[in-house]
Design a binder for this molecule. Structure first.
Ligand SMILES: [Zn+2]
Length: 189
């Protein structure tokens, strides 16, 4: 395979990253949502009577997405792809691989809470965005159905005091610290 073909094949595999081209919201990485969902289940499930524990855990995991995405100002997560930036590309490849690994490692018994913790993203990026791009072929279609603008409103109202590292590579370190802290809570508490 020629170098050019190899490169275009690599871009094809990671095209789901580039598909976020028209996204204008800032969001947190999938792995962070998964870990928060796992913590909610791990520490609340045993102390609340059945079946309320399941209901409460799923509601909290769903809502946790709002809080976690509100904190995204603290992390490096540009609303549009930075294709020429190797750090941006490497970070996204690392984050997708580690998110996948966390999903596999904690699958049993946390698969449902992990899926619920990213329902906002499944709806916006992997359902509406796909319809917008591939079926309707209209970037303006269905804008009113997107959920992340609600999170943007909450962030604008309550979290604008947080330092804005959206375009700052230092935000990667912040997210690594958050991810390691969450992992420590899950593994050692
Ligand atoms: Zn999100």
């Amino acid at each position: 395979m020629t170098g050019r073909k190899k490169k275009s094949k690599l871009i094809f595999y990671f095209s789901f990253i580039f598909r976020k081209k028209t996204v204008d919201f800032i969001i947190m990485q999938m792995i962070t949502h998964f870990l928060v969902g796992i913590i909610i289940q791990k520490y609340l499930f045993p102390i609340i009577p059945f079946p309320f524990n399941i209901i409460l855990i799923l509601i909290l995991a769903f809502l946790s997405h709002i809080l976690v995405d509100c904190l995204a100002r603290l992390t490096y997560h540009t609303p549009e792809p930075q294709k020429g930036d190797k750090i941006w590309l490497s970070w996204h490849i690392i984050i997708y691989v580690t998110s996948f690994l966390v999903f596999i490692i904690f699958f049993n018994p946390y698969w449902l809470v992990m899926i619920v913790s990213i329902l906002f993203d499944i709806w916006d990026w992997y359902t509406l965005r796909m319809i917008q791009r591939h079926i309707k072929k209209d970037p303006n279609w269905g804008k009113k159905y997107f959920l992340h603008p609600i999170i943007d409103k909450v962030r604008n109202k309550f979290f604008m005091w947080l330092p804005d590292l959206t375009y700052n590579h230092k935000g990667i370190l912040v997210e690594i610290v958050i991810i390691i802290s969450l992992l420590c809570i899950i593994l050692f508490l």
